[in-house]
Design a protein around this ligand. Structure first.
Ligand code: NAD
Length: 540
């Protein structure tokens, strides 16, 4: 690649206007960034965790101060409203706040029960990987970038970040914000550009890679990472189903289902992408959905008081995917009940019926303002359809009976289930989030987002082996019966298994001579004492 002269243009999708550009980072510069972060990592990791948290809090202050700048950039870069951009900042800052507060607890030393080595101490510590490469998407260009960066930093890593080329202006702004915290800036590097720059970052062999993006990119990066066995965490696409059961609150399901499908123009990984409705409530649900959709106004405004419910799609490729899925569905017999037309980068909120799983709209991620609704016979049918997917990010279940909803929820193959709402699980900063199947192997939100940027290092510490350690005794030859006594006493499943080998051991010494009752008593008492001590220590 020779992107030295290549620039990424910043284009406002609503107006088509260019509002800036950034030069693509060259391969050599990516390699240099990785080397610099490797050199800086020990300095950052050497800071006590509370000090790292203090510095992160300074960054939190900067983000809050910059809220208006950020919403203005995201509004131009992505097309979402200033209000939706602010919502993204709130979610982000909530996570930064919790991670800085709770990381000392999550990352602290953990004591491990000593097993049969009574006189030694065992514990684990969380160790940073080193340099983490973070590659992000465009759809939530703040919330999908800053929390993993901050989590990786709190864990003691340095970071090389590649924001999406589709939201490149936001990436440049985030870089600038890190520059406003001099104590943090030396430990984060941004590289800018498209997939070629992402590929260069993968080739630079960071110690851990974290990608949020599409399944297709995930597969490409997984193959490239495998070349060097680079550990790889990924948060990929979703095809989130909504199940409307026979006893659902239809009005609420329609209201929040429509919101979940069209919020940020359907460009969220947890958007409602397909709906399965019990046949007895199907007609009522479709009617309610049409009523709700009719109220979903479409437009763009750069003002903070934006009157529109839905903005443009963010770039042409996304429009192409939506139209391909729509045409494929219509060709195969689907009916458009509302919407479907495109003007510029705006596609109307679209409601589709008579859909089935031969259509892309029900099986591939659409990532646009389309709500396809399918009638199902019963719960089993709904669950089968929901699980008929390569992806498994989240799912939405609607029922007035929470036990009923929970029974269905347990059978749906996803990382998160939300009962009687859509998308409200995502902003909860401590609720683990992530998918199964091709949707990903990473977890964001909560302790897992921070700890996944570490590996555990175990320690076994103490004075030289103590002769009274049961496990040390059996390291010497000639203690077969003692070994069996320990095996039975500590791990026996039945009373007989526990007692018999101990009695065997007490009856005979290794040379076969009978020991005295007194010695047997002392031996038994010490074994029971050791067992009790082990149990007590194990429970600590
Ligand atoms: P994308 O896969 O096109 O791009 C993601 C990032 O990968 C971009 O920065 C891109 O430049 C980079 N990239 C592309 N090719 C690369 C390569 N060969 N090597 C390294 N990097 C490369 O995804 P997108 O369109 O930016 O984002 C939308 C997708 O992200 C959707 O599928 C959405 O569901 C998913 N997503 C998932 C989550 C989640 O938490 N699971 C959250 C948001 C978005």
């Amino acid at each position: 690649m020779d992107p030295r002269s290549d620039c990424i243009d910043f284009i406002n999708p609503a107006t088509g206007e260019k509002f800036g550009e950034v030069r693509m980072t060259t391969e050599e510069e990516v390699m240099l960034a990785r080397r610099e972060m490797a050199a800086a990592q020990s300095t950052w990791a050497a800071k006590p965790l509370r000090e790292r948290a203090r510095i992160v809090k300074q960054f939190q202050r900067v983000v809050i101060d910059a809220a208006d700048e950020l919403t203005a950039i995201v509004n131009q870069d992505h097309g979402k409203s200033r209000g939706d951009a602010l919502h993204e900042i709130v979610m982000t800052v909530d996570k930064i706040h919790q991670y800085a507060r709770l990381s000392p607890k999550w990352l602290g030393r953990r004591r491990i029960p000593p097993g049969l080595y009574f006189f030694r101490r065992y514990y684990t510590e969380r160790v940073p990987y080193g340099v983490v490469g973070i590659i992000g998407p465009w759809n939530y260009p703040i919330d999908l970038m800053l929390p993993p960066i901050i989590a990786a930093l709190l864990a003691g890593n340095t970071v090389v970040v590649k924001p999406s080329e589709v939201a490149a202006a936001t990436g440049v702004k985030l870089e600038e914000l890190f520059g406003r915290v001099p104590e943090l800036a030396p430990f984060v590097r941004f590289v800018h550009g498209d997939g070629r720059v992402g590929a260069a970052l993968v080739r630079s062999q960071p110690d851990l890679l974290f990608l949020t993006g599409s399944v297709k990119t995930g597969q490409i990066v997984a193959r490239a990472a495998a070349e060097n066995m680079t550990p790889f965490l990924y948060e990929l696409g979703g095809k989130d189903p909504m199940l409307v059961l026979e006893d659902a609150d239809i009005k609420a399901a329609a209201h929040w289902g429509v919101w979940g499908a069209f919020y940020t123009t359907g460009q969220a990984c947890v958007s409602v992408e397909r709906v399965y409705v019990h046949h007895k409530v199907y007609d009522a649900f479709v009617a309610a959905v049409l009523e709700e959709t009719a109220q979903f106004s479409v437009g763009y405004s750069p003002d903070i008081d934006n009157p529109y419910r839905m903005g443009p799609l963010t770039f042409q490729r996304q429009c192409d995917i939506v139209n391909t899925h729509l045409h494929d569905a219509i060709d195969k017999g689907a009916r458009v009940l509302m919407g479907g037309r495109q003007t510029g980068m705006f596609i109307e909120p679209t409601v589709l019926v008579d859909v089935d799983h031969t259509m892309k709209i029900m099986t591939e991620e659409t990532f646009g303002p389309v709500l396809p609704i399918m009638k199902v016979f019963d719960d089993t049918h709904a669950i089968q359809m929901a699980n008929h997917s390569d992806m498994g990010l989240s799912a939405y279940i609607w029922s007035r009976d929470l036990n009923h909803a929970k029974r269905v929820a347990e059978q749906v193959q996803v990382g998160v289930v939300n009962i009687n709402d859509t998308m409200s699980h995502y902003p909860v900063s401590l609720l683990p989030f992530g998918g199964v199947k091709m949707s990903g192997n990473a977890r964001t939100h909560g302790a897992g987002e921070v700890t996944q940027f570490t590996h555990t290092k175990s320690y076994a510490v103490g004075a030289p082996p103590h002769p009274l350690d049961p496990a040390t005794m059996v390291r010497y030859p000639g203690h077969y019966r003692l070994g069996k006594a320990i095996l039975g006493l500590f791990f026996g499943v039945t009373p007989q298994q526990r007692v018999e080998p101990v009695l065997d051991y007490l009856r005979e010494d290794p040379t076969g001579q009978v020991v005295t009752r007194a010695a047997a008593g002392v031996g038994a008492a010490s074994l029971v004492g050791l067992a009790a001590a082990t149990l007590i220590r194990a429970r600590k």
